[in-house]
Design a protein around this ligand. Structure first.
Ligand SMILES: CC(C)(COP(=O)(O)OP(=O)(O)OC[C@H]1O[C@@H](n2cnc3c(N)ncnc32)[C@H](O)[C@@H]1OP(=O)(O)O)[C@@H](O)C(=O)NCCC(=O)NCCS
Length: 214
């Protein structure tokens, strides 16, 4: 698939996903959002802390335009229909391999209303419609809330990478769970925990056959 010209606005029932605009209003919104959410994000605290600073937010917004132009990453603000900023959803895209990886973050006052599920399904539906074949989401195994959202929206558990990320320097490391969803995947018909054992067995057998030769 060739590089896409990404859609700047994606609409769903209750939301708009919109490309960040580099202006004072966006910087103010993001700064307020990250400051307010430091407590809530918990597991993400170390990562998020970097954004609690106006210069870093400015850099982030500037880099958002750059990665968008290069069709590498699409960062969308999640807005209610009254334009209120309630979170962010972004996707690192690999047009050549037709694979996109999604990450998301929600304002704590708006949790528990299904907004991230809605944003996720809207973004995925857009990505599949322009030719992506596989969506990936990775999530720390300690992040139960996010795991629930990922499973509820029909993603299939694929694997866990052990000791993949630092939790913090005192408390060791995170394990990361990987999930995927394929194009034309019927969310309703498939058990989200269903795993393609047959395919994996076939691949393992093939690897074993190669290994035996060494
Ligand atoms: C992970 C996170 C986005 C989940 O937020 P959320 O609001 O729970 O997610 P959802 O949009 O899936 O909403 C589901 C909740 O809304 C409720 N809900 C209400 N109306 C709903 C609707 N129309 N559709 C779906 N769910 C609805 C569900 O029952 C559920 O509540 P419950 O968890 O108490 O059972 C949020 O906790 C967050 O931002 N965490 C920090 C960042 C993070 O961890 N990001 C992910 C990294 S992998």
């Amino acid at each position: 698939m060739n590089n896409i010209k990404p859609q700047e606005k994606i609409e769903s029932d209750r939301l708009f996903l919109s490309k960040y605009v580099n202006n004072k209003k966006t910087i103010k919104e993001l700064l307020k959002f990250y400051r307010k959410d430091l407590e809530y994000v918990g597991l993400w605290r170390e990562t998020i802390y970097k954004w609690d600073n106006e210069n870093n937010i400015k850099c982030y917004i500037r880099s958002s335009a750059d990665v968008w132009e290069k069709a590498k990453e699409l960062r969308y603000a999640i807005r209610l229909k009254n334009n209120a900023f309630i979170g962010e959803i972004k996707t690192a895209i690999d047009c050549h391999n037709e694979v996109a990886e999604i990450g998301f973050l929600l304002d704590k006052d708006h949790a528990g209303y299904g907004y991230i599920s809605e944003a996720l399904l809207a973004l995925e539906s857009y990505l599949f419609s322009v030719g992506f074949y596989r969506i990936e989401i990775m999530c720390d195994t300690g992040n139960e809330r996010s795991l629930k959202t990922i499973l509820r929206t029909g993603h299939v558990f694929e694997t866990v990478r052990l000791c993949n990320k630092l939790y913090d320097h005192k408390n060791g490391r995170f394990h990361t769970a990987y999930f995927y969803k394929l194009k034309n995947f019927n969310v309703k018909k498939i058990d989200p925990l269903q795993f393609d054992h047959k395919l994996h067995k076939k691949i393992l057998l093939k690897i074993n056959t190669i290994l035996e030769k060494y």
